[in-house]
Write a protein that binds this ligand. Structure first.
Ligand code: MN3
Length: 192
């Protein structure tokens, strides 16, 4: 089972000036491509693992794999899955979801409080990783960050909103100004 790099549904400059075209191009065609290729290379060794990467990730610990390969799939399969999701939540065609806003209001008190908590989690994350709004198996909403390319699927949660905190996501435009990148990212998130 070989996976292709999913095409972006919008142009690389569609999120300007907040996310610049050069960063988007390199992020998609180089970084996401590399995660995809390395995931394919490890899955090639396990032809019986035919389920979707998201399904495999959710039961990673029980997969019949060598430990070194499990780690590779966690990192590169995670990179493949997380970036698929990242591009989707930034699609300019997204409409704010009244249902999601209602859930967020119930969980965090208000949209403003949610944004504050999410931003705080992003700014507080050390090193590379992601910050998530995720839905737990019992339906609650949680904000947390994960290191590296770890997916919420690893703990049984479903990602709802995510932000890539790796330097490759922002460094060309923002350099060391990660808080500014995080603030500007809200401008291109149209789901809420
Ligand atoms: Mn990335």
């Amino acid at each position: 089972m070989k996976y292709e790099l999913p095409k972006l549904k919008y142009a690389y400059d569609a999120l300007e000036p907040y996310l610049d075209a050069q960063t988007m191009t390199i992020h998609h065609t180089k970084h996401h491509q590399a995660y995809t290729d390395k995931m394919n290379a490890v899955l090639e060794k396990y032809p019986d693992l035919t389920e979707a990467p998201e399904v495999l990730m959710a039961k990673l610990a029980s997969l019949d794999m060598a430990e070194a390969d499990r780690k590779i799939f966690r990192n590169h399969g995670g990179g493949y899955i997380n970036h698929n999701f990242f591009w989707q939540v930034l699609d300019p065609a997204n409409q704010p979801s009244a249902a999601l806003v209602k859930e967020i209001n119930e969980a965090f008190g208000s949209l403003a409080k949610f944004k504050e908590d999410f931003t705080q989690a992003a700014n507080g994350h050390f090193g590379s990783g992601w910050v998530w709004l995720a839905k737990t198996p019992v339906g609650g909403l949680k904000i947390y960050s994960t290191p590296n390319q770890d997916s919420p699927l690893l703990q049984g949660d479903q990602p709802i909103i995510c932000l890539d905190l790796w330097e490759h996501a922002y460094y060309l435009k923002y350099q060391n100004r990660r808080p500014e990148f995080i603030d500007n990212w809200w401008q291109v998130l149209k789901m809420i």
